[in-house]
Design a protein. Structure first.
Length: 249
C-alpha cells in the first residue's frame, strides 16, 4: 500500500501517544533533577531523542552500553563502530561523537578568563581538559609572560594515533612572536599511559635547547594519558633541565 494518504490506526496512534508521553516525562525529569539521577542508559536515551525522533531509544541505549561497556566508552567508540550497532544511523553517530569534543570546548571556554598559571598541578589539569575527546597524538604549546600570564595555548603538531612530529621551528617562531618568557610543552598518549618514552625525553631536550637560543625557558613538559598526567618538572625525571621550582607569586 502506498504511504500517500496513510493514517495510523488506533493501536498505532496509541503507541505513538504513549511514546511521546514517555519522552516528555524524561525531559521534565532532566529539567527538575539534571543528569545526576539518570542511569547511564537513561542519559543515552535522552541524548538520542534529538537524532532519532520516532524509535524507542531506551532499548537502543541499553544496546549501546552492552556493546561498548560504559557510557564513556560509547562516546569514545569509533564512528564506524557506532554505525554497526543496529538502530544507529549517521546522524545519531555524529551526535554521540560530538559529546566529548563539546565537553572540551566548554572547558576551554571556561578557562578563557584564567590569565595565569600558578603551579605545575594547575598546568597539568588545564592540559587534561584540553585533550578531552582527542584521539590522535598531538603536541600543545603554552607560552607565558614574566608574570606567568598565558599568552598562547594551542596545538602545534598533530599526528596519527601513535606518533606526532615536533615542529621545533614553529615552536621557536611562536615563542618569539609572542615575546614569551616561559614555555610549557604538552602532548598526549592515546594509549592512556603517562610515562615518558625515550623519544619524549629526547624531544624535551631538543625543545629546551632550541628555546634557550631565544632566551625562553621551557619550564615543563606535561604528558597526558586519559584523565591523568605526569609533569616532567615536578616528577624530577629530568633534573638537568627542570631543577628549580616555579616561582609563582
Amino acid at each position: 500500500m502506498s504511504k500517500k494518504g496513510y493514517s495510523p490506526g488506533k493501536e498505532e496512534q496509541g503507541k505513538l501517544s504513549v511514546h511521546a508521553g514517555h519522552r516528555e516525562r524524561v525531559k521534565e525529569l532532566f529539567l527538575k533533577t539534571g543528569l545526576d539521577s539518570f542511569s547511564s542508559h537513561s542519559v543515552l536515551e535522552l541524548l538520542l531523542y534529538y537524532a532519532i525522533p520516532q524509535k524507542d531509544t531506551n532499548a537502543l541505549a541499553h544496546r549501546l552500553i552492552r556493546q561498548f561497556g560504559s557510557l564513556s566508552a560509547v562516546f569514545d567508540a569509533p564512528f564506524e563502530e557506532l554505525l554497526k550497532v543496529d538502530g544507529i544511523g549517521r546522524s545519531a553517530a555524529i551526535l554521540i561523537k560530538m559529546i566529548p569534543q563539546l565537553c572540551r570546548r566548554y572547558e576551554e571556554d571556561l578557562e578563557n578568563g584564567q590569565m595565569a598559571i600558578f603551579d605545575y598541578e594547575e598546568a597539568g589539569k588545564l592540559f587534561v581538559k584540553k585533550y578531552i575527546g582527542r584521539k590522535n597524538e598531538s603536541v600543545m604549546l603554552m607560552l607565558l609572560d614574566s608574570r606567568e600570564r598565558i599568552l598562547y595555548c594551542d596545538v602545534v603538531s598533530e599526528g596519527n594515533a601513535t606518533a606526532a612530529n615536533i615542529y621545533i621551528k614553529k615552536i621557536v617562531s611562536l615563542a618569539s612572536r609572542y615575546d614569551a618568557v616561559y614555555a610549557i610543552l604538552a602532548h598526549n598518549h592515546p594509549s592512556g599511559e603517562c610515562l615518558p618514552s625515550k623519544q619524549d625525553l629526547d624531544t624535551t631536550r631538543w625543545v629546551y635547547h632550541a628555546l634557550e637560543t631565544i632566551e625562553v625557558q621551557l619550564i615543563d613538559h606535561i604528558i597526558v594519558g586519559s584523565n591523568n598526567y605526569i609533569s616532567l618538572a615536578k616528577s624530577k625525571i629530568m633534573p638537568e633541565l627542570f631543577n628549580q621550582e616555579l616561582d609563582m607569586e
